[in-house]
Design a protein around this ligand. Structure first.
Ligand code: ATR
Length: 273
């Protein structure tokens, strides 16, 4: 069978092998997908070996997405601006294509799985690191009324807003500047959930009936998911659906077959501890 893998460090808790196994069974595709712990210092040599030995495609996760962006021979437009690549695909001519399916995975999960429209909404992204960069373009494509990026280090939020300024209206600011503002959708793209923290969010930040979405996922609700529920969110969910949707997009790039995600999300949800 054709070989695929996810590289990252740490990687032992990766759900990607299970997700791709379910996709392969569902679509009748014959493939092998493994998870390999690859530290940043060994990424290039390990990826070279993987493709030299016949591997067809890789997913790359923390801390390898920026390295994968540099590694790709050519990139899709959405990967270009995001500065990060989570999917590498061997092409017929032997070159390696780099794509970033995280943003489309988020937008698909929001819109199709949770019924949350982005058009004309006031949207706030928390954080201005790599995770934020990957989701801005697909969100702007949905024509929100306003997109604000708030970050602890204010300059990074302002710089990030400038990078995408030709694609839509967005601004960067610090957390202090959020007082008195309201948003219909707040997306947590900081790394705080991994450490059990939460950015400093003012009261009344979430509009009545608004939504909260944490890019992180965990077996227990994250601090930000809790914050959303405590602040009257109509829905406050974590990124498990995004994980499955970005995987489906990668599977499609590799196999040219689009798996159905609903049953796979249900299955992954039922396996939460
Ligand atoms: P990733 O690739 O996951 O986005 P990153 O590029 O290191 O990782 O970015 C981490 C993000 O989480 C940043 O926006 C960071 O804010 P700073 O740019 O000010 O460092 C944010 N972050 C991390 N810990 C935080 C905390 N305790 N409170 C608020 N923001 C935090």
């Amino acid at each position: 069978p054709d070989r695929y893998a996810v590289f990252g460090d740490p990687i032992s808790h990766s759900k990607s092998p299970k997700i791709h196994q379910l996709f392969a069974e569902q679509t009748g595709q014959s493939l092998q997908y493994t998870a390999e712990r690859v530290p940043a210092t060994q990424f290039t040599t390990t990826a070279n070996t993987f493709f030299a030995e016949g591997g067809k495609g890789l997913n790359c996760t923390i801390p390898l997405k920026e390295l994968a962006w540099k590694y790709a021979d050519h990139k899709t437009q959405r990967a270009q601006l995001s500065g990060a690549v989570n999917t590498l695909a061997l092409q017929a001519d032997g070159s390696i294509l780099g794509d970033n399916t995280d943003g489309i995975g988020l937008v698909t999960d929001l819109m199709h799985n949770h019924g949350i429209t982005l058009k004309d909404r006031n949207i706030l992204i928390l954080g201005a690191g790599g995770a934020s960069r990957g989701i801005i373009e697909p969100i702007l494509e949905q024509s929100p009324q306003r997109l604000v990026i708030a970050n602890r280090t204010v300059d990074k939020a302002i710089e990030l807003a400038q990078v995408f300024s030709q694609l839509g209206t967005l601004t960067g600011c610090g957390y202090d500047a959020l007082s008195g503002q309201q948003f219909d959708l707040i997306i947590n793209a900081t790394s705080t959930s991994l450490t059990g923290d939460l950015p400093p969010l003012p009261d009344q930040l979430l509009a009545k009936g608004g939504y909260c979405y944490d890019l992180a996922y965990s077996n227990q609700p994250t601090p930000f998911v809790h914050w959303g529920l405590a602040n009257g969110a109509a829905k406050s969910v974590d990124g498990l659906g995004m994980l499955v949707e970005q995987a489906a997009e990668a599977f499609y790039i590799w196999r040219k077959v689009r798996p159905a995600t609903e049953t796979v999300i249900a299955s992954m949800n039922s396996q939460r501890g």
